[in-house]
Structures are given as C-alpha cells and as structure tokens.
Design a binder for this molecule. Structure first.
Ligand code: MG
Length: 249
C-alpha cells in the first residue's frame, strides 16, 4: 500500500533528510587514504547523536553499523570494519539513513579516493546522472516505470550492468515502503505518480556484468566479475510542481 504524505509530513521528512545529507557530505569530505571504514562509521554515529537523530540501518535486520560502506566491486551493504583501510584508487559507496521526528531519510553517494582510472570515473558520473534522469521523471501523471526507464536508458547508453536484485522504494514512517522503484523497465507501468509520493531512488550500476552475489557475511553484495560498482541515492518528494530532492544540503 502506498502512503501519500501531506505537505506537513513532507516538511517533517525534510528534517531527517537534511541530517542524512549533512552527515553524508561530512563523510565524503573526510574519506581519505589510510582511514578504515569503521573510522567513517564512527564519525557518522557521533554526528547522528549530536543531531539527536537515530541511525536507520543499525539493527535493521541485524545490520551492525550506521553506514553501509561498499568498496570497489562491493555493490551495497558492506559492513564497516577496522580492517578495511581505504587506498588510493578505491571507490567507496556510502549508503546512509536516519530516523528523526518519526520519519526516515535515506541517501547514498560513491566517492573516489585519490586518483581513479577514467573508465571508473565514467561509471560514477553515469550512475549519478542516471539518478538525476530518474528523478526528473518523478512527475505527477507519470508512472513509476518512467523513472525506471530513464535510469536504464542512462546506464545502458554506456553498456553498464544494472543490478536487478535491489531497487529503490517508497519511504516515510518506514524505511522501505511501497512502491518498489526498479532501475530497469520491468513488467508494466507500475503505480501512477501523485503529489505526496516520497521515494528513495537509487541506481546501483556495475562496470561489467549486472550479476551479483552475497558474501559469506550474509550482507556484502559484490559483482560476480569483480569489476567496480557505483551507487547514488536521494530521497525525493513529488510535489504538484514536480520532484523536490530532500536529501540535499
Ligand atoms: Mg534506500
């Protein structure tokens, strides 16, 4: 069931989303060679408490940390660890959410550590662009599949692999609400987009094959061919005038 939000609820949701955006920006600025992924998670946890929010992911189905940190061939759901040290040339996916005032915000960004090859930089650029192409289609009167198709078109123009197993989602009082937002055109048009719909749109795009696997830790998703993967996400609200990105500072 889709929960459309009132204008007042969307105002409330801006609180959680702003906190997510501010903390993600801080993580992006602080991420550097020699740090561990546990260091980044600790920075996030301190900031969450300072801002009087609660982490959305810690404890979610038993996930042990505040941020999902996924390096290079890791697609999503990487577990922060003091043994995972960031190196020059890595790309690091930071997926992060909080609860504040009873509502969730959720966003992700992939950051480059030092110098990365041009083809990997293209992957980051195209994945972020695919997110924005999808957001542009979040218009009243369109269908969810219009968002999916725009993301697919942007990724496939570069022959990148679109991860099938994970997708975007509605968001509100729950982290994952209806409707699912696929990153490729599936069956049918999906629900019609109406004002009050709040979505987390999140393309996960691979340099090589679209195929992925889950590691033995039960969480970390990696590409099957070991090539890099990128992930960008925003929480957006559909207004009568079009989409408004909530997870932007
Ligand atoms: Mg999400």
């Amino acid at each position: 069931m889709i929960h459309l939000k009132s204008a007042r609820e969307i105002e409330l949701m801006k609180g959680a989303s702003r906190i997510v955006a501010e903390i993600l920006l801080e993580l992006r600025e602080q991420a550097r060679q020699g740090m561990s992924t546990a260091d980044l998670d600790r920075i996030a946890e301190d900031l969450i408490h300072k801002k009087k929010a609660r982490p959305a992911f810690k404890g979610y189905r038993g996930f042990p940390a505040c941020v999902c940190i996924s390096i290079n061939e890791e697609v999503v759901h990487g577990i922060p660890s003091s043994k995972r040290i960031l190196k020059n040339g890595d790309i690091v996916g930071l997926d992060f959410g909080v609860i504040y005032d009873g509502y969730f915000g959720d966003a992700a960004f992939t950051v480059a550590i030092g110098e990365i090859p041009d083809h990997v930089r293209d992957l980051l650029r195209v994945t972020e662009q695919a997110l924005y192409e999808g957001i542009k289609q979040a218009l009243p009167g369109n269908y969810i599949a219009d968002i999916s198709a725009a993301i697919q078109k942007a990724a496939e123009a570069h022959h990148f692999g679109i991860v099938r197993e994970f997708c975007g989602h509605g968001i509100g009082r729950a982290l994952h609400e209806d409707p699912p937002v696929l990153n490729y055109a599936g069956n049918g048009k999906g629900p019609k987009i109406k004002p009050g719909l709040v979505l987390a749109i999140e393309p996960m795009i691979n340099l090589g094959t679209e195929k992925v696997k889950v590691l033995d830790d039960g969480w970390t998703v990696t590409t099957l061919d070991g090539k890099p993967s990128a992930h960008f996400e925003h929480t957006i609200a559909v207004t009568p005038d079009g989409p408004e990105i909530l997870t932007r500072v």
